[in-house]
Ligand binder design. Structure first.
Ligand code: APR
Ligand code: ZN
Ligand code: ZN
Length: 361
């Protein structure tokens, strides 16, 4: 029977978000209802509210979540009621060209997510990134649920559903950071800090964190940065070269999403090094680089999409590492909040003093 629960809705462009009663239907074939235990507040939720992603209001926000499967529909075999799961926003199809080539993070069939939740008056809700987890319960495609060790706290597990996975994956999956490598990370918000942690996990010898805010640099040190550069005070390209014997870093991760910082990343890497773009640019941004430098410097210019992750491989692995004390995921949780505090969390995100506010239910 359909259930009524509380959820956080973005009713219209730039309107404040609010808690409303939502209707969660029983799971149909291939679907699961998840009792959400925690959901992080991500920039993408704010972008939805601002109308920057789609105009299909009202949105049910929240997509960085963990919880317990309550019920599953016909044909669901990978998860069962009672399983503790992390949700992912790439419900891959397993059949498209990207999936068949082993790159499911580029699965083009992004809409095998489900969209059947409504307001009590029947208005259809658009769940953010196909999830909608600022809610006591949510209906998702079963393929969006990855079972993980329930010994971990939900607020930590949920982080892997988006930003933290994007950053760690940028280092270990896309950048293929190896033992002894030199790595630079430009922009140390939640995503950049996760890239620092990922580089540290991978055994990088030097991890140089770059930001314009000293508070961010202090935090990056606690995540594993061995050197820091405030790029308002020193030229980041010069400093990274000095710190790497004049060469530049093996892997440079750009976690801001701007042409100027991408350019810094491009010139701060060693010859034949790798640049990974994980910061998300806006549509009007353009990049200009001398083609001769692209030719002459060689290497790989990559971008990282959801950390190029395979949820079934990466979520349980990172949670195991956390439980063993080898990856501090608690450090990403600045505060835990209630469903009613999401609007305030957006303001704090804007002021730049939180890594993650996490709604705990
Ligand atoms: N040089 C260096 N650092 C910068 C610069 C700059 N010119 N401009 C901003 N920064 C820093 C900020 O000080 C902040 O620490 O970049 C960081 C950005 O962090 P957040 O705003 O917290 O964003 P985050 O959640 O980490 O996401 C970063 O990745 O997934 C994408 O959409 C996301 O584009 C965003 C990026
Ligand atoms: Zn696919
Ligand atoms: Zn997100």
């Amino acid at each position: 029977m359909a259930q009524q629960v509380r959820g956080v809705i973005a009713p219209g462009k730039d309107e404040p978000v609010r808690v409303e009663t939502i209707v969660v239907p029983d799971p149909g074939p291939g679907e699961a209802v998840v009792r959400v235990q925690a959901c992080g507040v991500c920039h993408t939720d704010l972008h939805y509210k601002q109308g920057g992603i789609s105009d299909e209001f009202p949105f049910l926000l929240g997509h960085e979540a963990a919880g317990v499967v309550e019920s599953v529909g016909d044909g669901v075999t990978d998860v069962a009621p009672g399983d503790f799961v992390v949700l992912n926003w790439r419900a891959v199809c397993g059949r498209c060209r990207a999936c068949l080539r082993g790159r499911p993070w580029y699965c083009f069939d992004t809409h095998n997510a489900t969209q059947r939740m409504t307001l009590t008056d029947g208005t259809e809700l658009s769940p953010a990134l196909g999830i909608g987890a600022f809610a006591e319960k949510t209906l998702v495609a079963a393929g969006q649920c990855t079972k993980v060790d329930p010994a971990v706290s939900p607020q930590v597990a949920g982080l892997l559903g988006c930003g933290v996975m994007a950053g760690i994956g940028a280092a270990i999956n896309t950048g293929q950071v190896g033992r002894g490598d030199t790595v630079a990370v430009i922009g140390c918000g939640g995503v950049g800090d996760a890239a620092v942690a990922g580089a540290s996990l991978a055994g990088a010898a030097k991890i140089i964190a770059v930001d314009i805010d000293d508070r961010k640099l202090d935090k990056a040190r606690t995540m594993g940065a061995t050197h820091t550069v405030n790029s308002r005070q020193a030229d980041p390209v010069e400093t990274i070269r000095e710190l790497t014997g004049g060469f530049g870093a093996d892997v440079v991760i750009e976690a801001v999403g701007r042409p100027e910082t991408y350019q810094q990343a491009f010139y701060a890497r060693d010859l034949a090094g790798t640049v990974v773009l994980v910061g998300v640019p806006t549509p009007e941004m353009k990049l200009e680089l001398p083609l001769l430098d692209v030719f002459g410097r060689g290497g790989a210019l990559k971008s990282s999409w959801y950390g190029d992750c395979l949820p079934s491989r990466d979520f349980p692995m990172l949670i195991d590492l956390h439980l063993q004390g080898r990856l501090d995921l608690e450090a990403f949780v600045t505060e835990t909040i209630e469903l009613t505090d999401v609007e305030k969390a957006f303001e704090r995100m804007h002021q730049g003093d939180v890594l993650r506010s996490v709604v705990v239910l």
